[in-house]
Design a protein around this ligand. Structure first.
Ligand code: GLN
Length: 311
């Protein structure tokens, strides 16, 4: 049995301690993100039993951004077998920034991971759909089922991204040229950009993670969303690339599968136990929330969770 009081105390102190941290800066290559209040800060835990513990701006809805890549990967694993996903998208670290073209050049244009932009655009393109609208609706439905919430697109954010996503469009065409894109490249880029432009709060994000932590059953709705065998694959992908080019350092220091987004969200999954979601907009140079990392590192250490722990 989890000690909920102990978790609540640890959540509160991790949050309090992070408030003095002032480093980092909002992402500004997407104009919408630059103007978000950089003082917002929230932290939530959802256990696999459905207990909810939260503090701070835990109800504030922020841009899901790259964390959406986890949902689309989950759907791709529901649509195809694990070997197909490994072969077409990959399951390794690029060791390079999340939007790196050099990472493609170095690997015959194979994306290597569905959790970098290239692999995520490719994952979006592989989802079974007869039209762009169906592709988008299936991905949105997966976000909703995982988060147990009516996740919606922010028109303002989507507009901000669609009118500035030229680099991602270039990546889509490179993938297409190399045979790693499975629908029209601009359809894939459009839907990928939409999936990044939905809003989510830390309670919903923690629910999304707790669904994976519990082997695919949403602890809030009790609905089976994912096949149990897909959850370890999702977590392995998160370990390898969820924190981009600092995924190795994160594994070394924290030892738990996680996924960040440039909207300031950060999700950590503790298999079989719980998920933790943090939100704070200022990012480090790699694109991971500064306070988010602080809070989750502090909290998981306090609770004694680390996948690589031996005793
Ligand atoms: N929509 C963003 C992009 O494509 C997501 C990146 C991120 O969160 N790392 O650049």
């Amino acid at each position: 049995m989890l000690d909920l009081k102990k978790i609540k105390n640890a959540v509160d102190s991790a949050y309090q301690e992070s408030l003095v941290e002032s480093g980092g800066a909002n992402a500004d290559y997407i104009p919408y993100l630059a103007q978000i209040d950089n003082q917002l800060c929230g932290l939530s835990v959802i256990t696999t039993q459905g207990d909810i513990i939260c503090v701070g701006d835990s109800q504030y809805r922020f841009a899901i951004e790259s964390i959406s890549k986890v949902c689309t990967l989950a759907l791709a694993l529901e649509d195809f077998d694990a070997q197909t996903i490994q072969q077409k998208l990959g399951a390794s670290a690029t060791g390079l920034p999340f939007n790196s073209v050099m990472a493609l050049e170095l690997h015959g244009d194979k994306p290597l991971s569905p959790l970098v932009n290239a692999g995520a655009i490719s994952a979006t393109s592989i989802i079974k759909a007869k039209s762009k609208e169906e592709r988008w609706q299936r991905i949105l439905a997966m976000q909703r089922k995982l988060a147990a919430a009516e996740i919606t697109l922010s028109d303002e954010l989507n507009q901000s991204e669609q009118t500035t996503n030229f680099h991602n469009r270039g990546i889509a065409w490179l993938l297409y040229a190399a045979g790693y894109l499975y629908c029209d490249p601009m359809e894939a880029c459009d839907v990928y950009t939409r999936q990044c432009s939905t809003l989510i709060n830390t309670v919903e994000l923690a629910t999304l993670g707790a669904t994976i932590a519990s082997g695919g059953v949403n602890p809030v709705t009790k609905e089976r969303v994912l096949q149990p065998e897909n959850c370890p694959r999702i977590l392995a992908e998160m370990t390898m690339e969820g924190m981009y080019d600092s995924s190795g350092d994160w594994a070394y220091n924290v030892g738990l599968p996680s996924k960040s987004g440039v909207g300031g969200g950060l999700l950590t999954v503790i298999p079989g136990k719980m998920a933790i979601a943090a939100f704070s907009p200022p990012l480090d140079p790699i694109g991971n929330s500064v306070k988010g990392q602080k809070m989750i590192a502090r909290l998981t250490q306090e609770l004694g969770y680390n996948l690589y722990k031996c005793s």
